[in-house]
Write a protein that binds this ligand. Structure first.
Ligand SMILES: C[S@@+](CC[C@H](N)C(=O)[O-])C[C@H]1O[C@@H](n2cnc3c(N)ncnc32)[C@H](O)[C@@H]1O
Length: 265
């Protein structure tokens, strides 16, 4: 994978050194990497990139990598997107297939796939259909949390009260999502730059794409295109988008909400 042109050779040196310890940072945008390295510089109390490079051992490379995998998320993040999925896209897909297959790529601590599972459960019950969600993240710690299905109330602030009552049990250690929902999701640790799942109806990859170089974004889009059924759709984050060159792969069906349909080639 080619690097985005880096003006600062010291950043390239950090990328190379971290890669020796098994942490691949070369897919990320230089501006994003710099911001995260600056945070580590302050945490470790060093003055500049060359001093930081000196102390990059396996543990520090891991700490830097962890700070790059920002796991911020919540249930029904960007409510409008989830409303559109519920009212428009998912019912239409459900009409055409017996089992809806969705990949939540970059699922963080699981709020996104669990939100999708709640919506799909509502839709599929009405239509006597089933669904399967494949949820992956590069962070093993995030996936561990996702697998528990236990969430603090703050993560659920966008959840309509009737769905809370239906799908959660409040306990002392947090709000537990029902087994009915959890049984439809498989969580795995996987790097979306190297991992793939085929025959999907929808790929939801929100607020992940934005951190990658153009070259890596293009590579991921090609892969997503091949992973989707011909009738498949892609949902990106609201601050992300597809460049003009990539409209041969995906056409927008809702430009504001960043929802795309696969273009059959
Ligand atoms: C900001 S969170 C977004 C979570 C969720 N998609 C949402 O929009 O609420 C970004 C997640 O992407 C994950 N991530 C970053 N690079 C990844 C990669 N190459 N493969 C899989 N997950 C990745 C991070 O670990 C993090 O959990």
């Amino acid at each position: 994978m080619s690097l985005e042109k880096t003006v600062d050779p010291q950043i390239e040196a950090i990328i190379k050194k971290a890669s020796r310890f098994g942490f691949e940072l070369n897919h990320y945008k230089t501006t994003f990497l710099k911001r995260r390295i600056d945070v580590r510089l302050r945490t470790r109390g060093v003055r500049d990139y060359s001093e930081y490079s000196e102390l990059l051992d396996s543990a520090e490379s891991g700490a830097l990598f962890k700070s790059i995998s920002i796991n911020v998320t919540e249930f029904f993040r960007d409510k409008e997107v989830f409303s559109y999925l519920t009212q428009d896209l998912l019912p239409k897909i459900s009409e055409k297939t017996s089992t809806i297959r969705i990949w939540s790529a970059g699922c963080a601590t699981g709020e996104e796939p669990h939100s999708l599972a709640i919506l799909l459960n509502e839709i599929c019950k009405k239509q006597s259909k089933s669904f399967k969600i494949f949820a992956t993240d590069i962070s093993s710690k995030a996936v561990e949390t996702a697998k528990t299905g236990i969430y603090p109330s703050l993560a659920l602030k966008n959840l309509p009260p009737e769905l809370f009552t239906k799908y959660f049990t409040a306990k002392q250690d947090g709000n537990h999502i029902s087994d009915e929902i959890r049984s439809n999701i498989t969580f795995n640790v996987a790097d979306l730059t190297t991992f793939e799942i085929k025959l999907l109806d929808v790929i939801v990859c929100r607020n992940v794409f934005i951190y990658y170089t153009k070259e890596t974004q293009d590579m991921i889009l090609k892969k997503f295109h091949s992973c989707l059924k011909d009738t498949g759709h892609l949902v990106l984050g609201m601050d992300e988008g597809i460049r003009a060159e990539q409209t041969k792969l995906f056409e927008s069906i809702n430009p504001r909400l960043r929802i795309y349909r696969k273009v059959i080639q």
